[in-house]
Ligand binder design. Structure first.
Ligand SMILES: C[S@@+](CC[C@H](N)C(=O)[O-])C[C@H]1O[C@@H](n2cnc3c(N)ncnc32)[C@H](O)[C@@H]1O
Length: 413
């Protein structure tokens, strides 16, 4: 099993970036395929923000987040405990995941106010920058100052983001809570789960850190059921584009990619995902792309200052020094370049991501359709009328996709 080095480490600026992430800004391509009751494994879950939101979407389905780093697993588990403590036992069905419903108990947000004691560890559970979620545009909301709590808009207003209703005669799904989420220490190359155990296996920003992403995809698919989905999304550092031109940012990227490649990883992972899926033997693969964009003053300050710190003070900097790629003076120059970019009213950056949705073949793998897939088909039929239309996954974030995932578009069979 490869013993890869995770080059970002888990210093505070790194976690700050990950705690900003949501299902809407980081997994929009997957959302149209999620319905209540599905089970989901989130691999390389980090501090678990995205995992906990996905759990609310598939509630009461079982959700497990795994990460190789015990410290970040403990942080994610602590956030679940906070969610649980904040959530009164609900008495009414909650109509839409992430949607503010005035009649429902206070929405359990993953965003807590900054810790009044100033304890930085506690502040790790506080919001980075709130976002205005949309399927195809993932910029933070410039109308809300960084650090302001905010409930996400109702995704049912977004194309392709269904809010499934309970089936006729079926008990209403329990309200989405954090209770069904657990976080465990595990390695993607050797997942401690049975074959076919999950409906969905998801990883966000993981494959770019691995020396053998194809082996990782193979292992992820092992624990996904036949007909289920493996969903991965990764940034493509080579495709990031910014304005104005900056020799400092050019140099930062050069060093970043060199550090990643020295660890045996591929920093331009986004463009490789489709090829990696093919190399793992999958043929039913739906590629897509999506971006984050930071351009308002609040966005630039948050993103630019976070990267300024990451450039000079985190594991990335320590490895760049250890590899002899740079020196302290240049790291300070890189940090300053990020700060200058952040301070420039014309500053703009786009973070390009690749995504793939892989459908795990029904055959010749272990055949048999389990109860969860039946549930999947039933709920999908409710949403689409009769079942999936032509085109299988068809799941582009902006495409109004069907949530039905079965091979021939008739999963009820
Ligand atoms: C960039 S972070 C992404 C975290 C989270 N998915 C998110 O998007 O916020 C990548 C995570 O993968 C974890 N990781 C790296 N190699 C791993 C491996 N071989 N198995 C499991 N997790 C791993 C790291 O510890 C880190 O928390």
């Amino acid at each position: 099993m490869p013993d890869d080095r995770y080059i970002h480490g888990h210093d505070e600026p790194v976690l700050r970036s990950q705690l900003w992430r949501t299902a809407a800004n980081s997994a929009a391509y997957l959302l149209p395929h999620l319905v209540s009751g599905l089970s989901l494994l989130d691999v390389g879950s980090g501090p678990g923000n995205v995992t906990r939101e996905l759990a609310r979407i598939v509630a009461p389905g079982r959700v497990v987040g795994i990460d190789r780093d015990p410290g970040v697993v403990a942080l994610a588990a602590a956030a679940v405990a906070v969610d649980d403590a904040a959530e009164p036992t609900p008495t009414a069905p909650t109509p839409g995941l992430l949607s503010p419903d005035p009649a429902a108990p206070a929405l359990p947000t993953n965003l807590l106010p900054p810790d009044p004691t100033g304890d930085p560890a506690a502040n790790l559970l506080s919001p980075g920058l709130p976002i205005d979620s949309a399927a195809s545009f993932h910029a933070p909301d410039s109308s809300v100052a960084p650090g302001t709590n905010r409930v996400h808009p109702d995704p049912s207003t977004q194309a392709g983001a269904p809010t499934p209703a309970p089936a006729a005669g079926e008990d209403a799904a329990p309200p989405p809570t954090a209770h069904q989420v657990t976080f465990e220490v595990a390695d993607v190359y050797e997942l401690p789960y049975d074959d076919d155990e999950f409906d969905i296996v998801h990883a966000h920003q993981l494959l770019q850190h691995l020396s053998d992403p194809v082996a990782a995809l193979t292992e992820m698919s092992r624990v996904a059921r036949p007909g289920g989905l493996v969903a991965v999304r990764d940034a493509d550092y080579g495709a990031w584009a910014w304005y104005p031109p900056s020799l400092g940012l050019d140099r930062w990227r050069e060093i970043y990619r060199a550090v990643a490649r020295a660890a045996g990883a591929e920093p331009d992972a986004g463009r490789h995902l489709l090829a990696w899926a093919h190399a793992a033997g999958f043929t039913d693969v739906t590629p897509s792309t999506s971006t984050w964009c930071f351009a308002t003053r609040a966005e630039r300050e948050w993103w630019g200052n976070m990267w300024a710190q990451r450039a000079a003070e985190t594991d990335f900097a320590r490895q760049a020094l250890a590899l002899g790629l740079t020196d302290e003076a240049e790291l300070a120059y890189l940090a300053e370049a990020w700060q200058n970019w952040a301070a420039d009213d014309d500053g703009w950056i786009v973070i390009v991501h690749g995504e793939v949705l892989i459908r795990v073949p029904e055959a010749p793998r272990r055949g048999g359709v389990g109860p969860s897939l039946d549930l999947w088909a039933r709920r999908s039929d409710e949403l689409t009328g009769v079942g999936a239309g032509p085109g299988g996954l068809g799941g582009r974030p902006s495409g109004g996709a069907s949530p039905l995932l079965c091979e021939d578009g008739s999963a009820a069979e």
